[in-house]
Write a new protein. Structure first.
Length: 315
């Protein structure tokens, strides 16, 4: 039986980029002797992304599309694409051509050797990216690899080619709050990394603002580490010890030297400091509780509005 590769392409307002991406992708896939399936996932776009997908699907029977009822986020779009894929290999790519389609042949050749279950990509450089974003990205990878047992490679992209066994393992983790870079590492399997220089978008603008990336990184930390909870506990213990030492110092000074206790300004500084630490710790606990609360609701990861992918009776 011939191999089949499913290409999952999450899209949010990528109407201008999709045709360019499709042309480049099909040109690259022509060099690979496999059956192809391209699954575009419309993540609640407000532009003509869905129309462009439908147009391509009419011209090419290998093009499939899934359109969400609203914007559920890239993580949900990747999950939906993987869930709908039927190939014995599946790849995830962005429509902005920052994931070069030309690498697919090398990735397929490598995974066919049987030594690896996943061929993943990472950026060797961050050329063209704002310096502030690059700095915080590097700090994020350093931090999460220190506090988590799940290793996440610095500069890792979602662009990767996986075997069906690995895809099924990823799909078995149906958590609502998803951080796929961590999930790909957590499920294990042998992974080969390919590095390439950062490529700027071909069309449109990035949908990832600094604030969205910050929130996404915090989600990743909370999804794969409980270290922040330990930090809150350590801070509480540390300030209890400091308070005990200060009590001893104040009592000793008063009994021996008759030195009066410091007044209002110092007291307010201590109150503000301790209040800040308490609120910080409560905030950490609140974030974990909110994630648990969302998981307990059992809500679907995404809701499909329309699609040209026929479901089997079991689905």
């Amino acid at each position: 039986m011939a191999d089949k590769i499913s290409i999952i392409v999450p899209c949010y307002n990528e109407g201008t980029a999709i045709p360019v991406f499709y042309n480049e992708l099909t040109r690259a896939l022509d060099d690979i002797d496999v059956e192809k399936e391209i699954i575009f996932v419309d993540d609640g776009s407000s532009d003509d992304s869905l129309f462009v997908m439908k147009t391509l699907a009419k011209r090419d029977s290998g093009v499939k599309y899934i359109s969400f009822s609203r914007n559920f986020g890239k993580e949900a779009a990747m999950f939906a694409g993987l869930e709908a894929s039927s190939g014995n290999y599946a790849a995830i790519m962005d429509a902005d051509l920052q994931d070069p389609p030309q690498l697919l042949k090398q990735m397929y050749d490598d995974i066919k050797k049987g030594d690896f279950d996943c061929i993943a990509t990472r950026r060797a450089t961050r050329k063209g990216e704002p310096h502030l974003r690059s700095f915080f990205s590097r700090m994020f990878y350093r931090l999460i690899n220190r506090i988590s047992s799940t290793e996440i490679v610095d500069g890792a992209r979602d662009f990767r080619l996986m075997t069906r066994q690995m895809v099924d393992s990823v799909l078995s983790l149906r958590e609502y709050n998803r951080f796929s870079k961590g999930i790909f590492s957590w499920v294990g399997f042998k992974t080969k990394w390919i590095s390439y220089d950062n490529i700027e978008r071909s069309e449109g603008e990035t949908k990832w603002s600094f604030s969205k990336l910050l929130i996404y990184s915090l989600d990743g930390i909370m999804a794969f580490s409980t270290a922040p909870l330990s930090i809150a506990s350590v801070l509480g213990l540390l300030f209890c010890l400091i308070a005990l030492v200060l009590i001893v110092v104040v009592v000793t000074k008063t009994l021996i030297w008759g030195d009066p206790v410091a007044g209002y300004p110092s007291m307010m500084c201590v109150i503000f400091l301790l209040s800040g630490v308490q609120l910080f710790s409560i905030g950490i606990i609140g974030q974990y509780l909110s994630k648990t609360y969302m998981e307990s609701k059992g809500r679907p990861i995404y809701i499909t509005r329309e699609s040209n992918i026929e479901k089997t009776p079991e689905e």
